[in-house]
Ligand binder design. Structure first.
Ligand code: NAD
Length: 489
């Protein structure tokens, strides 16, 4: 497998000024995949200069032509889907069946959606006083910095880049230091399909160095960030120098509520997907399973049976349903939460440890873990970000709404019921950017994605994302050439 290993700046793959390198590991066995160039301040300055130079012409490019390039990019991603899926699997540990079946198709779909959006996101004419024309256009912001995490590196590259480019901005994307490979591959495809130089730049680097510098940069008009709440706070502080616009997609602690009138087999399968897909490394994971008392035992019996049957193994094997976590450090963090759960008196119903399969011993594997815990326990309040779900029972709707809303987060949550009125009533009362009814973790490029409270602000996807990457400009025209009433002589 060939990897792109250099920084993508101004349409070229280049070495880092300081010649720094980042070692990229395969989480399946911690073997070294490759080394990539590490961007530092001087490289970020180069990327900002290239993007700033490209901006006037890109802004002036007809929106249909910007869209056409994004559509070409989507087609080229599909043509190179097999390679992209394999790189993503090697770099992150996502099972190949998911990278082939979800990550790559969703990435192409996102570029395609915003390619189609480019010439349809129109301004408006405001009905103002007679004699005047007032129109509003959506102006691109300029050079935008985009910082993404390691859990869905390919997909998030498209979520950030596509609306920014469609709206006429130039992008500098900093992937996570752990998982830079698919965004560099996207850079290669960007070059193949003929984007003008400097419109897209990809600069792998460490968060505290390259990320921080990008967030502080006076010539960067906006930072779009997906990652942890702690880093989100640092970005807000770093942005204050030039008061750049900030968009934050942060952590979550999704409540997944199963009412006693739910279709139980569907709810079991959906709840397993909610928390175990991608080894639970999803900000929207349904990591708090809230079961109505009457069905709790019956549900748990089926849920534990399903969770114990998940096929864990080498993510390149098409039969694998759960791969390794993305890094050793993160695996240890998740295992630490298993210890914390026990210390706080939670009962471990399943897992709670690394895989005992000796063929996986060198990798970052954690068993699917189910613990019975109280809503105030740390594992019900803090984001574990692994194949780890807490189970709590509840009596009635009032109680479960209170539990569901009782965290610092507000990103995504779900509920399972066959009662239509209850579905809408509970969805309405959940403090959450996204709610799924009788499903979980659905996403589509047309539907706004993001949260509130400590889950951040702003939205990826949909028309909302186009607003995130533009600023309204209100233009007044005196169409009758009358002299204004003030100071008439
Ligand atoms: P993280 O915050 O440590 O890192 C995310 C990115 O920020 C990386 O690229 C990193 O290099 C960079 N970074 C780190 N410190 C920085 C700094 N001081 N300045 C600028 N950039 C910096 O998060 P993580 O551990 O990589 O990712 C997991 C987190 O991401 C979880 O909390 C998860 O919930 C969150 N997440 C949120 C969403 C969402 O849409 N809301 C989606 C996926 C993941």
């Amino acid at each position: 497998m060939q990897f792109q290993t250099r920084l993508f700046i101004g349409g070229e793959f280049v070495d880092a000024v300081d010649r720094g390198r980042i070692e990229v590991l395969n989480p399946h066995d911690n073997s070294r995949l490759v080394e990539v160039a590490e961007a530092r301040a001087a490289d970020i300055d180069r990327a900002v200069a290239a993007a700033s130079k490209a901006f006037p012409a890109w802004r002036a490019t007809a929106s249909a032509d910007r869209g056409r390039l994004l559509l070409k990019l989507a087609d080229a991603i599909e043509a190179q889907a097999a390679e992209l899926a394999e790189i993503e699997t090697l770099d992150t540990g996502h099972p190949i069946r998911d990278t082939r079946g979800l990550d790559v198709p969703r990435t192409a779909a996102t570029f395609r959606y915003f390619g189609g959006m480019a010439d349809k996101f129109q301004g408006s004419v405001v009905p103002v006083e007679h004699g005047f024309l007032n129109y509003v256009t959506h102006e691109p912001l300029g050079v935008v910095g985009q910082i993404v995490p390691w859990n869905f590196p390919l997909m998030f590259t498209s979520w950030k880049m596509a609306p920014a480019l469609a709206a006429g901005n130039c992008a500098i994307l900093k992937p996570a230091e752990l998982t830079p490979l698919t965004s560099l591959k996207i850079a290669e495809i960007v070059r193949q399909v003929g984007f003008p130089r400097g419109v897209v730049n990809v600069v792998p680097g460490y968060g505290a160095i390259a990320g921080q510098y990008l967030a502080e940069h006076p010539q960067v008009a906006k930072i779009a960030f997906t990652g942890s709440t702690a880093t989100g706070r640092k970005i807000v502080q770093a942005s204050s120098g030039n008061l750049k616009r900030v968009q934050l997609e942060l952590g979550g602690k999704g409540a997944n509520i199963v009412f006693d009138d739910a279709n139980i087999p569907t709810a079991i399968a959906g709840s397993a997907f909610a928390v175990f897909h991608n080894q639970g490394q999803a900000c929207i994971a349904g990591s708090r399973l809230l079961l109505q008392e009457k069905i709790a035992d019956h549900f748990l019996e089926g849920f534990l049976k399903l969770a114990s049957s998940i096929r864990i193994g080498n993510p390149l094997d098409p039969a694998t349903e759960m791969g390794p976590l993305t890094s050793t450090m993160h695996r240890d963090r998740v295992l630490d939460y298993c210890r914390i759960a026990k210390e706080q008196g939670a009962a471990i119903l399943l897992g709670g440890k690394a895989s005992s399969d000796l063929t996986l011993a060198r990798g970052c594997y954690v068993m699917p873990t189910v613990v019975r815990a109280r809503p105030t326990d740390r594992v019900c309040q803090e984001e574990v970000f692994g194949p780890f779900v807490s189970v709590t029972t509840f009596k009635d709707e009032e109680e479960v709404i209170e539990i569901a809303n009782d965290t610092v987060y507000g990103l995504g949550g779900g509920l399972w019921t066959t009662n239509l009125q209850r579905a809408h009533r509970v969805a309405n009362r959940m403090i959450s950017g996204m709610v799924w009814v009788n499903c979980y973790k659905r996403a589509n490029p047309g539907s706004p994605f993001g949260g509130l409270r400590n889950s951040g602000y702003g939205r990826d996807m949909g028309f909302e994302a186009m607003h995130e990457y533009t600023t309204p400009k209100s233009v007044w025209v005196n169409v009758e050439a009358t002299i204004p009433p003030f100071y008439q002589r």
